[in-house]
Design a protein around this ligand. Structure first.
Ligand code: DSN
Length: 417
């Protein structure tokens, strides 16, 4: 047992359980997995090497790895209506690199969303390997917080990219999938979308599904999809061979089969009716958070939200930097992350904004009333950040919520103190 064989690691695990139970996780990309997903992660599949794909492996002993990988693939196809699925990518960044390398040559041009406008590092930020290999040109949102599709089309005609990439990690509005696909088609580019943040909302049918419109779809399997940390690439049959080859042997070695088994479990959960209700509640909770924060005088970027998160200009609203806001909310048991806002004049280490998401608190069962309480505490603390007195009552309100809504996944969550 871990407790006796390695008390140090065991202690850290128990402390992390306590931290997760006794605080509210509001980092938009995090969530709590079920006990079944955790159990699958801790199985003997972690011992197995399975290079290749079901029915076509390089090593023996694959009867049961084939079972879990096939289940994961078939369930993902059902969830997203995908023609082809590869469940082996270790996470989101590898999934994106796999997709690029499957269809692009070094130096090829890609249009991707600017990081400060909600895009992701792996969509062409200069500090990444992908930006060293490919030539990324970045588009932005306009003053209204929307993507100007006419301007995007003009840019695509001028730049003649090999790929047009949609998707984000801090953008809060619904994308026009058809428009992206139409522009890509017009300029002869491959269309790709990274749905890492919104995969669970799509699987739960709370927002439209982009899979039919795009050549390639990448995602993580954690975040709103509530599976194990991992990645996945879906594509049209036309790109199936290229994606599989780019995954293995192109970019990765053996898949992590315990992780693939846990993906199968999570996808099975996402196919159940309860998951649809979960996804809808996530959207309802985010909308209430948007309205409550706006009513408390916070400036919401992009004009609000259509998904699971809000991006708030705390510096412009309350004169508090993103870093200060993150630290202040940490003190009352709310974990969020500082975040740049579009064309942020401040540095990424102490930006103007914070990103706040509701997927994890919704998994705990919290609804509109609880979100109102949370927004109130956020406002009390960030409006009076230097007043130590507001912290204790705010912390008490958050602790009460944590006790009323224990986190799933651990057997004795409620008794973890
Ligand atoms: N770190 C994840 C996020 O928070 O959006 C994605 O890389």
């Amino acid at each position: 047992m871990l407790k006796s064989s390695d008390p140090q690691v065991y202690g850290a695990v128990k402390n992390e359980e306590r931290r997760q139970q006794n605080g509210l996780e509001m980092i938009a990309s995090e969530n709590y997995v079920s006990e079944a997903v955790l159990e699958a992660l801790g199985t003997v599949f972690t011992n197995k090497y399975s290079e290749g794909y079901p029915g076509k492996r390089y090593y023996g002993g694959q009867d049961f790895t084939d079972v879990v990988e096939t289940l994961a693939i078939e369930r993902a196809k059902k969830l997203f209506g995908a023609e082809h699925v590869n469940v082996q990518p270790h996470s989101g960044a590898p999934a994106n690199m796999i997709a690029y390398s499957a269809v692009l040559e070094p130096g090829d041009k890609v249009l991707g969303m600017d990081l400060s406008h909600g895009g992701h590092l792996t969509h062409g930020h200069p500090v990444t390997l992908s930006a060293q290999v490919y030539n990324f040109v970045r588009y932005k949102t306009d003053k209204t917080g929307k993507i100007d599709y006419q301007a995007l089309e003009k840019m695509a005609i001028k730049e003649k990219p090999k790929m047009i990439l949609a998707g984000f990690s801090a953008y809060t509005r619904q994308l026009d999938y058809e428009k992206f696909a139409e522009i890509a088609k017009k300029v002869g580019a491959i269309s790709m979308i990274d749905i890492a943040h919104i995969a669970g909302l799509i699987a739960g049918k709370a927002i439209p599904n982009p899979t039919p419109h795009f050549d390639i779809v990448t995602t993580t399997t954690h975040k709103t999809l509530r599976g194990p940390r991992g990645g996945m690439v879906m594509c049209k049959e036309k790109y199936a061979k290229a994606i599989d080859k780019a995954t293995f042997p192109g970019f990765q070695g053996g898949p992590h089969m315990n992780n693939v088994a846990a993906k199968a479990v999570a996808f099975g959960e996402a196919l159940r009716p309860e998951f649809k209700e979960y996804a809808k509640q996530v959207i309802r909770n985010a909308k209430i958070l948007e309205r409550e924060l706006a009513s408390h005088g916070f400036k919401l970027m992009f004009g609000g939200t259509d998904n699971h998160m809000v991006l708030v200009d705390v510096y412009g609203s309350k004169g508090v930097t993103g870093k200060e806001a993150e630290e202040a909310l940490d003190k009352i048991g709310i974990t969020i992350n500082k975040n740049v806002i579009p064309d942020d004049p401040r540095s990424p280490l102490d930006p103007s904004g914070v990103r706040i998401g509701v997927p994890a608190i919704t998994t705990r069962g919290m609804k509109e009333d609880e979100v109102r309480i949370i927004a109130k505490q956020i406002n009390l603390v960030l409006s009076d950040i230097k007043n130590e007195k507001v912290y204790s009552s705010a912390k008490e309100a958050i602790t009460t919520l944590c006790e009323e809504y224990p986190m799933p996944g651990i057997k004795e969550a409620a008794s973890v103190k």
